[in-house]
Design a protein around this ligand. Structure first.
Ligand code: RIB
Length: 309
């Protein structure tokens, strides 16, 4: 334990089946890949691992199946410094699965079977009320049932726990949920889904951020891929560039950014410095294959940052 604030992550757990190939197969085409791996993933778990490995005091509300891989994932999460007491093994369900192609440019396409993630019910969330109430921040994504995300956000707001939403995968969201969010971290596609504004440059990002401020969100961080992020606090925006690295696999880059960002914010860092820390973690992650196997530990992030000018 350190002196930083406490974090609760609520989200998904998947077993990622990853095939690396030169190019994505087209409809009707069969291609042979160069590398196949089953790795632990899921946006919630990836973000929890990024927070845990980078030094956060964290617990994780999630569901696995009652299968062998669910058991192995829970053990791995524990060794990543995560309190998994609120991870439920759902009887008769299988752990969530993601089927992922990665092309030669390191881009990916993903299809998901929710499995046990769909069982993260409002009742399971309500059972964790004290944990959410006692935390400083709650980080969520959108691979869990929306009504459960909303229920958790309501509990958090009642108890002054900051609500942080990574609105991935992209979908439209009710204003009722957005009004409960303190920090939101969409990418360009997700920002467009939420605001109707196509984000192609900083000016667009500022307009999209303002739409989200108008819905009641204080801090908007729009991730812009290799251009870094647009960070807007109460309407005052700036671009915070990322680090240039040779990306081989971008799976979980955004998740790593979100988890590491929370670690830095809960350690009391100001937003630009917290974003730089999160950029460093994501920069390391894209140089490695897979979701959780690519997520760096604190020592690696600190070393990376100390090597920058
Ligand atoms: O964000 C990357 C993650 O999305 C993968 O680990 C996969 O499980 C999907 O949830």
């Amino acid at each position: 334990m350190n002196n930083a604030g406490t974090l609760v992550v609520l989200g998904s757990i998947n077993a990622d089946h990853i095939l690396n190939l030169d190019a994505f197969p087209r409809p009707g085409e069969t291609l042979t890949g160069m590398h196949y791996q089953v790795a632990f993933g899921g946006k919630g778990a990836n973000q929890a691992v990024a927070a845990g490995r980078s030094g956060a005091n964290i617990s994780f509300i999630a569901c696995t199946g009652d299968d062998d891989i669910g058991e192995r994932i829970r053990k791995q999460l524990t060794s990543d410094n995560i309190d998994v007491a609120p991870v439920s093994a759902i009887a008769g369900e299988s752990t969530g699965v993601a089927l992922i192609f990665v092309n030669g440019e390191g881009e990916n396409v993903i299809g998901i079977h929710a499995g046990a993630n769909a069982a993260l019910s409002v009742e399971l969330v309500a059972a964790q009320e004290k944990r959410i109430a006692d935390a400083d921040a709650l980080l969520m994504q959108l691979e869990s049932p929306l009504e459960s995300v909303l229920a958790a956000a309501k509990i958090a707001r009642q108890h002054d726990t900051k609500v942080v939403l990574n609105p991935a995968p992209a979908r439209e969201l009710p204003d009722e949920l957005l009004a409960l969010v303190d920090i939101i971290t969409p990418n360009e596609t997700e920002a467009e889904k939420l605001t109707g504004v196509k984000v192609e440059n900083d000016e667009d990002a500022a307009i999209a951020a303002q739409v989200l401020h108008d819905k009641g969100i204080e801090t908007v961080i729009i991730t812009l891929g290799s251009r870094g992020v647009w960070a807007s606090e109460q309407g005052k925006g700036q671009r915070v560039p990322g680090f240039k690295v040779q990306a081989i696999d971008t799976i979980a880059a955004g998740d790593t950014f979100n988890g590491a960002l929370m670690t830095a914010l809960l350690e009391g860092e100001a937003l630009p410095k917290a974003i730089r820390f999160a950029h460093a973690a994501a920069a390391i992650a894209v140089t490695r294959k897979g979701a959780q196997p690519s997520v760096p530990w604190r020592k690696e992030i600190d070393e990376f940052l100390s090597q920058q000018g």
